[in-house]
Write a protein that binds this ligand. Structure first.
Ligand code: PBG
Length: 324
């Protein structure tokens, strides 16, 4: 049957019909809100390059966590911005570090909130790289040791899920081994598996004060043109024990998300990153696009491509727009 008997517009005629044939919907259950934690108390600092996003001290983050739970959003991912940085990123695995204190406070105030921690060194190192630097190079194996210690310290603080974002080789296996060896076999790993050296992280690096002081991240994060290599990265992380695989950024890499959906039977996450968020907000501020619709359309596209979880700075505003 073809035109004129077939008319695809028939089922697009009314909003009710469109609702009935809608193939993909974003739910609150899909959303994860990133939170930036800073030292001090009573702190709420707007991030200029990310309208609507603020950095919170731990006490204010607890208030924010209550809003997250009230909005029906199940999870947050924590990023810490310490006062002091050094070459080995000592703050990353300190028992009383900013993220560790944040996890404890959030879990004790909101036990049902899923607390995920970003595991990386870049916010804690004075050079801003995601690993240990030796003779101008970001070393792999020494970095992995620090990352495993960091993940373990987050687990000790009560994290439900640890999420390594550094892109060192072998870090998932080292983290899994470290957690299991210390009795944290129940803590899950969300691996930033296919993470690209992307221009879309710009606003995040303002928010997290984590821009590299020299060079860039291209010797560890992936080269944007590579699809086969992304599949190898994801397969490797799965074999090393990742529970959930992430593709990052989201919209420019939907092909990889769709490929991963076909290839792997694990939950998939996508990070709608700072630059993707900021572009929508900036264009909306100028009146060039409808920001709410552009945000919703972006998230539904990410879901349609295969993501189960979407990390987005818009989690609360999107949750508020969704029907209960
Ligand atoms: C830390 C990290 C980054 C992001 C998440 N974890 C920055 C980077 O790799 O430079 C980016 C998130 C965003 O842009 O929203 N390694």
């Amino acid at each position: 049957m073809s035109f004129p008997e077939t008319r695809l517009r028939r089922l697009r005629r009314t909003e009710t019909l469109r609702r009935m044939v809608r193939e993909t919907t974003v739910s609150r259950d899909d959303l994860i809100l990133p939170l930036f934690l800073v030292e001090g108390s009573g702190v709420r600092e707007p991030v200029t390059s990310m309208p609507g996003v603020q950095r919170f001290s731990v006490d204010v983050a607890v208030t924010e966590a209550k809003r997250v739970v009230a909005a029906g959003v199940p999870a947050v991912i924590l990023f810490g911005i310490p006062d002091a940085k050094d070459a080995r990123g000592s703050g990353a695995d300190a028992a009383s570090g900013i993220v560790q204190r944040g996890v404890e406070a959030l879990k004790s105030a909101e036990p049902d909130l899923c607390v995920i921690t970003d595991v990386c060194l870049c916010e804690y190192t004075d050079h801003g790289h995601c690993g240990i630097v030796d003779a101008g190079e970001v070393t792999n194996d020494a970095s992995v040791e620090r990352l495993a210690a960091t993940a373990l310290s987050h687990a000790r603080a009560g994290a439900d899920i640890v999420a390594p974002s550094d892109m060192m080789d072998g870090r998932v296996a080292a983290i899994r081994g470290g957690l299991d060896g210390a009795g944290f076999g129940d803590v899950a790993i969300l691996a930033y598996a296919a993470k690209f050296a992307s221009a879309f992280y710009g606003p995040f690096r303002d928010a997290a004060e984590s821009a590299p002081a020299f060079g860039d991240r291209r010797s560890y994060q992936m080269d944007p043109p590579n699809r086969r290599e992304a599949m190898r990265e994801m397969r490797a992380d799965l074999e090393e024990g990742a529970d959930v695989l992430m593709v990052k950024p989201a919209l420019p890499y939907l092909d990889l998300l769709a490929d991963a959906r076909r290839e792997f039977d694990v939950p998939l996450a996508a990070y709608h990153v700072s630059g993707e968020y900021a572009m929508i907000k900036a264009a909306a501020e100028r009146g060039w696009i409808d920001g709410d619709r552009a945000m919703d359309e972006s998230l539904v596209a990410i879901k349609r491509a295969g993501a189960d979880w979407i990390l987005t700075y818009a989690a609360l505003e999107v949750a508020a727009r969704l029907a209960p």
